[in-house]
Design a protein around this ligand. Sequence first.
Ligand code: DLL
Length: 442
Amino acid sequence: MSNVTKPENRVWNPACECLLKKDLAALQLKRLKKVVKTAWDKVPYYRAKMEAAGVAPKDVRSLADAAKLPFTTKDDLRGCFPYQAFAVPLEDVVRIHASSGTTGQATVVGYTKKDLATWSELMARLQTAAGVTKSDVVQIAFGYGFFTGGLGHHYGVETVGAAVLPVSSGKSERQIQIMKDYGTTTLICTPSYGMYLAELIGKLGVRAELKLRLGLFGGEAWTDAMRQALQKGLGVFATDNYGLSEVMGPGVSCECVEQNGMHIAEDHFLPELIDPVTGEPVADETAGGELVITTLTKEAIPVVRYRTRDLCTFLPGACPCGRTGRRMSKVSARSDDMLIIRGVNVYPQQIEEALLSIEGVAPHYQIEVSRAGALDELEVRVEVSESLFFDEMQKQQAMKEKIERKLETALAVHAKVRLVEPGSTPRSEGKAVRVIDRRKNG
Ligand code: DLL
């Protein structure tokens, strides 16, 4: 365990975050009915979908009735490009973000003034949950622009009353100079960029000159093993926060100082877990499924039963922090990130978890899948410490075999390991590209 100080537990808005379960359920139902009615009345796409599924707003009488409503997918929203999913006239929209994704048409998201106020409030809740107070100096190293990470967190910091350094991503040496010059206490970025900055700080030997104490990481999946590496490398207390542009951006759920699951802002989002194959609600939410979200308060674009493709579980029991919002586990994978290697399902996070449990392995790796004849080949390129990389062959071979054994146990399929020089796998300034699947290119 890294030796970082756990911040004091504070709650930004106890009246909303610590609601009694029954009051929360009543509020959710009232809001759900309204959002379904608005979607039906104002967005022809939703009306057509509901009519085709044989449901209408009057059929939603309980929270469980949400399951009768049709899903919305990323492709559905792409099909509404640019403004057809909007439930308000463009003149009431004051901000537009978009998510480009890796392929195809962008998904466009709009916000009314009230939506932005809600978003700022949810971000203030998130940052307070992670330990940020008005005395903090917060460096945002998420990209600003159409991506929701930068501006989303920015307005949260201002709402909390801390000082925001709107640096955006990239120019890593300058990021560190800014940390030194401005006395940054809190870093907000993706975990992979945080890891890159940690590495650079180590190289420059300036850790002792920094005042960093908190790290808020999100935007991509990361493991608890990566948390330990970030806490150690940056000297911060690291928390996870989750969201997606289609339903707002960051602020959907966040960890508190207990670092034990992300509290969902359930007064604004109705979460469900479904079986990703059948689409049916899962029988046991603690066993996991795909997260589906309905926005309960968004004006510009109400989103009904959005299939996030993110796999997680809901955690049982109450959290000592006092928040009553249901907690979701870290996202274990995206259902579309799953690799099928010789018939076996493999998720990149399983590989990360296994790698980082081995002493001497750096938290930088890349996975390449190819096909040799009829057989899938899985190769994991792993950075090891400088000393080991330049060490004698025998020690290197022993390390390679050790990692291969560990991966084989974790994945139930053989992966070829290649030890590579420190610094040789690509570093990301935003979301990391961990997997190269050459099978897709023929
Ligand atoms: O990544 C919003 C965000 C920005 C969240 C900054 C947190 C911090 P998109 O670009 O639309 O939005 O990507 C959304 O990223 O469906 C997940 O697959 C993944 N993702 C986001 N946060 C996490 C997280 C932003 N904490 C997609 N853990 C989502 C795992 C995450 N995956």
